[in-house]
Design a protein. Structure first.
Length: 264
């Protein structure tokens, strides 16, 4: 049997302790070493997933006063404009807009059996009291004249081809109402009248002398809410908040040119 001296025993003890300390240091260094690119990507993706904010599945702008379309028979755009401005805090009524801010151009018989009138992107065909209507670019210009008179920093902008879901996600869910063109009660539109264009501006989609059509049931509403199945509108012809199936609204919205106005 080999007998270890006291000196040898101390050496063995010191060696064992150093080994344990070395193992601990190696474990710590492995824990703090940079992770592989794959590990870092996995951790980053997990963090993004954990912090992603899910868009609301339903939302409704509250305290919206719907104005019934009783006197301005052709003024759905005027009522929608007024309701949107009211939601944003402006004290204005539909008559102020109709009498002072619309750019109106009559549709008249030229004596040859042919009617003449404006490109509706450029001006109101008729008046809000009796006429055909107006499209988003001209209506936005009218609204901006009002906003300028109020010394407001807000601006009305006309857009085309923004999806309804995008309007809901980016604006309505944040409390911003949007004017959209569709049809009354989401009925099928059809060509009811035509005329030769005699007025255009920078927003025109037709040229002087072109023939344009007006669609029966053309209507303007204010998009104020949504859920998984329907969109909700401040609707002047209904005199209340209307709601319609999303697929149906999408179809009518596209048929009327996918046009809208946002005030920001």
């Amino acid at each position: 049997m080999k007998i270890f001296s006291s000196k040898n025993r101390n050496k063995l003890l010191i060696t064992g302790v150093c080994g344990v300390l070395l193992a601990v240091l190696i474990a710590i260094s492995l824990a703090v070493l940079p992770k592989s690119a794959e590990q870092l990507q996995t951790q980053t993706e997990a963090t993004v997933m954990d912090t992603t904010i899910e868009e609301p599945k339903s939302y409704m702008i509250q305290n919206v006063k719907v104005i019934a379309q009783e006197e301005l028979k052709a003024g759905c755009e005027t009522y929608a404009c007024t309701m949107l401005l009211n939601i944003l805090g402006f004290d204005v009524n539909e008559f102020t807009i109709a009498d002072n801010y619309l750019d109106c151009h009559f549709v008249l018989d030229g004596g040859d059996g042919v009617k003449y009138g404006p490109d509706m992107h450029s001006g109101f065909a008729g008046t809000a009291y009796g006429g055909w209507g107006v499209y988003a670019p001209s209506m936005a210009k009218s609204m901006n004249r009002y906003l300028q008179d109020q010394h407001s920093k807000l601006k009305a902008t006309a857009y085309k081809s923004i999806s309804l879901d995008s309007l809901c996600d980016e604006y309505v869910s944040k409390g911003v109402p949007v004017m959209v063109w569709a049809t009354t009660d989401m009925q099928e539109p059809y060509v009811f009248d035509t005329w030769v264009v005699n007025y255009v501006d920078e927003n025109a989609e037709a040229q002087l002398g072109d023939t344009v059509s007006w669609y029966m049931h053309e209507h303007c509403l204010v998009l104020i809410g949504f859920d998984q199945n329907e969109y909700y509108f401040a609707d002047s012809t209904a005199g209340t908040v209307s709601h319609f199936d999303k697929a149906l609204v999408k179809k009518r919205y596209e048929q009327m040119g996918s046009q809208c106005i946002i005030v920001q």
